[in-house]
Design a protein. Structure first.
Length: 708
């Protein structure tokens, strides 16, 4: 999508070589009922002796909608207005060409947002504030919020411009602080995080919480569990354009005990190099949990894939005791040793294997994918058409600290499957059981909403699995019957019909008259995918002020005469931190809790075990080992956690990447390096020592130069 125009930027050679201008990150999180409002505040400072242009690409949460952008620079506050993408980019380029400063916010790929800050003068600081919102949906008795913080290296070639392409630097260290609150429907829920330690405080209206110190090297995941109600539903309404109203219902239902159906499952298992360490351990646990769910009435086969793919059995076989034992043995022997991540080829090979079975063999046919999803540009149109013809559903388990859920979401949604994100500290057996419950028991069908009065458009799924959440939305043109609420109907897998009355309450933060509410803007964003005409999609984005592939925001700071710059700025791409545990690299211990707890309860730290063997380097993008000065500490009071420094962490990562062999015995010293009496391991150890010494020397030279 980003080949429609080229930004006015310097050559990629200017990307590296200086300390990162990103100095601090704060995150605000407000959860009201099932609406999460996320405020990302970033502080930038030009520490160089010439003007620079900053480029930072960040991943957005699945389904998040950008609502507001604001920049504070030199005592001036700039607010953004959404324009057509080409118009916004040309305004940015024109401002830089004339020596002014400009700041551009645009989507560069699915779920990837680029921030470009052009013409920051030496010593100049800027604060960028981005507000986004996301609907939360039920999954069983809990709601999970996931905030990506880094972009792990992905396999394949991306279409991103060089300045937009995420660069990974193992010495990069970005800290953050998060402050949050929970109100409304989930105000009495239990909170837990599988990734970070939460500080909790109970208040009259709900719960306040914080992550006081953290690093942007893993997703922030927060679970809210409320098991008090078996039926979960909430409806709201607010203003839309031209006097209309936007309405939404979030629904999750359970079903009575159901008769299980046999399953024909193709387990498509990612054994590429990026899965080394924690991810492959999670995959082994997933296969064991799947075996525990099988019966002789089911059929199963395993397809390992990386750069190539390999089947375990000739075709899916009945899950008898001998077959189950074979699967368990295969799980124990899984290794991340197959190179790249040719995911699309593996999925088609899985369909080929299912097609080898005669049509008369009964059972729900599924592709069961276990992967980190770290691939670029998965062109799945032909695959989805084939799944529809052959009546195969895709179920996915996304594993790892920075798994790319957006790789799997279109596949599972289009085929009627489901996606489970599983973190290193999650209970794998529970997540697998949820998947098999979906496959065996079927979905609630014929879901329909009878909205109060006439509607201009409606949107929502016609079926959903028991325990999963679904969003229904509509534009109401007649508001006279709104007080009556809406009526939701469905048929459960046993054929029994149900009807539920849902009140529609006004949202707390209604917008000014004649402007669409945040609710209306979020519902408009969900409709954009249905528009094939670019002109219509662009106009809808402008009407509702949405940043999409068709629209962008440019803020321009007009420099006074004499203050304008007389040359183009030097490009600085803010590097990503290497995702925790990626490719089997060691990670610094992260205190976290792995069980739900009520507010104010103490939280015991939990240290993750080290990962396994490392992979060959990904083809795109390469991991950049920059021998520059370590990133400067953030501003006081903001961000940097008290943990081992960058050099000690990179020593541990190098040890994880180079110092482990399968089945090797080892011990760990204080910086995480590995000692093994084996001669090959000794050579690895010496190589690590040389690399660390080189890094230390480079860091010392950088500090000395800076002092001068």
């Amino acid at each position: 999508m980003n080949d429609k125009s080229q930004a006015l930027r310097t050559a990629p050679v200017a990307i590296v070589g200086a300390a990162t201008p990103l100095t601090a990150t704060r995150i605000g999180l407000a959860i009201d009922d099932l609406l999460a409002t996320i405020t990302l505040e970033q502080h930038y400072n030009n520490q160089e002796d010439r003007a620079i242009e900053v480029s930072y690409t960040l991943a957005l949460p699945i389904g998040a909608v950008l609502l507001d952008v604001e920049a504070l620079i030199g005592g001036q506050r700039l607010r953004g207005q959404v324009q057509a993408r080409l118009q916004a980019e040309m305004a940015y380029e024109q401002a830089l060409a004339e020596g002014h400063s400009a700041f551009a916010i645009r989507m560069v790929d699915d779920q990837l947002l680029n921030v470009a800050l052009g013409n920051l003068k030496p010593g100049e600081s800027l604060t960028l504030r981005i507000v986004m919102a996301q609907w939360l949906v039920w999954n069983g008795d809990r709601v999970r919020l996931t905030l990506p913080t880094t972009i792990a290296p992905r396999y394949g070639q991306s279409s991103l411009q060089p300045a937009d392409h995420p660069i990974v630097d193992v010495l990069a260290e970005h800290g953050f602080r998060l402050d949050g609150q929970v109100r409304g429907l989930l105000a009495r829920a239990q909170l837990a995080s599988a990734t970070h330690r939460l500080a909790l405080r109970a208040v009259e209206q709900g719960i306040d919480f914080a992550i006081e110190r953290g690093l942007l090297d893993r997703d922030i995941v927060i679970d809210l569990r409320d098991s008090a109600q078996a039926l979960r539903v909430a409806g709201c309404i607010d203003t839309d354009l031209a006097g209309r109203s936007a309405a939404m219902i979030a629904f999750c239902a359970t079903a009575d005990a159901l008769s299980p159906r046999p399953v024909v499952a193709e387990l498509v298992i990612d054994c590429s190099g990026s899965m080394a360490g924690v991810s492959i351990e999670q995959t082994r646990a997933a296969v064991r949990a799947i075996v525990a769910q099988l019966s002789p009435a089911d059929r199963v086969n395993v397809l390992r894939f990386g750069s190539s793919h390999q089947w375990l059995l000739r075709r899916p076989q009945p899950a008898t005791v001998p077959v189950q034992h074979t699967l368990l043995q295969a799980a124990d022997e899984l290794a991340a040793d197959l190179g790249g991540t040719e995911l699309l080829g593996a999925l088609n090979a899985g369909l080929d294997d299912l097609a080898r079975l005669p049509a008369g063999i009964g059972g729900e046919r599924v592709l069961f994918v276990i992967s980190d999803g770290e691939v670029w540009n998965l062109d799945s149109a032909a695959l989805l058409a084939r799944c529809a013809r052959e009546q195969v559903r895709v179920f996915a388990v996304a594993v790892g600290s920075a798994a790319v859920e957006s790789t799997f979401a279109p596949l599972t949604r289009a085929t009627g499957g489901a996606l489970e994100r599983v973190l290193p500290s999650d209970a794998m057996a529970e997540r697998i059981a949820r998947h098999f419950s979906r496959v065996r028991c079927g979905a609630l069908r014929q879901l329909q909403v009878r909205w109060p009065g006439a509607t201009q458009w409606t949107r929502g799924a016609s079926e959903v699995y028991p325990g999963d959440g679904v969003i229904f939305s509509a534009c109401l043109v007649d508001q006279r019957e709104v007080d009556q609420g809406a009526e939701l109907r469905w048929t459960d897998p046993n054929g029994e019909s149900h009807c539920l009355r849902v009140p529609l309450r006004r949202t707390l933060a209604s917008s000014a008259p004649a402007t669409p509410s945040n609710l209306a803007r979020m519902l408009a964003r969900s409709r954009l995918d249905e528009l094939a005409d670019d002109a219509q999609a662009t106009q809808l984005a402008i009407d509702y002020q949405l940043v999409t592939e068709h629209s962008a925001i440019t803020l321009v700071l007009q420099r006074a005469p004499g203050e304008q710059l007389d040359q183009l700025p030097q490009l600085r791409v803010v590097p990503q931190m290497l995702a925790a545990g990626w490719g089997g690299a060691s990670e610094a211990p992260m205190p976290m809790q792995d069980a739900f707890f009520a507010p104010m309860q103490p939280q015991a730290p939990c240290v993750r075990p080290p990962g396994g063997p490392a992979k060959d380097a990904r083809s795109s993008p390469a991991v950049s080992v920059s021998l520059r000065q370590p990133v400067a500490a953030p501003a006081a009071g903001a961000l940097s956690p008290a943990r081992p420094g960058a050099l000690r962490r990179v020593a541990a990562k190098l040890a994880g990447a180079l110092g482990r062999g399968k089945g090797a015995s080892h011990v760990t010293d204080e910086v995480g390096t590995y000692r093994n009496p084996d001669p090959v391991a000794t050579m690895r150890q010496e190589l690590i020592a040389l690399l660390v010494a080189r890094l230390r020397a480079a860091a010392g030279a950088g500090r000395a130069a800076h002092a001068r």
